[in-house]
Design a protein around this ligand. Sequence first.
Ligand code: ZN
Length: 161
Amino acid sequence: MMPLTEPAIRAAFVNLTKGEAKRLAVPIDLAERPWDDLDFFGWRDLSAPERAYLIAEPGSGPVGVALRVAPQTGRARRSMCSLCLTTHTGDGVSLMTARKAGPAGRQGNSVGAYICTDLACSLYLRGKKNAGRRIEESITLTEKIERTSTNLAGLLRKVVG
Ligand SMILES: [Zn+2]
């Protein structure tokens, strides 16, 4: 994806108020992120572990979603990311909940999805980050990336309503 700037990131959020988007913690090392290898940009707020954010470009312009990360249960079980379908053991996958955009969100409606805890789906797909034992699939990397983008677009559609 194209590198994002801090103002573009703050302006992209669909499920935050303007004030929340202004205050959220944007990584300071944007220039060093591996943009060429990213299908979406996701990060955790290091000072608030329950907060995660992702920015995708499903069509024209970036769309950002703020997520709440459910506390880990500490059980060493295997679970699968619903975006990139990478399987992790332990707390490598987290349940993340997004408040819906607009009136639905203000009424308390949200959308949940299991997502790689570090939001590094793009790097797992490309083998640039190791998730341990991988499930062998006969489809190409391009197809896996397309599948992930489709899954992400589906999540964004649910958030936007
Ligand atoms: Zn993932």
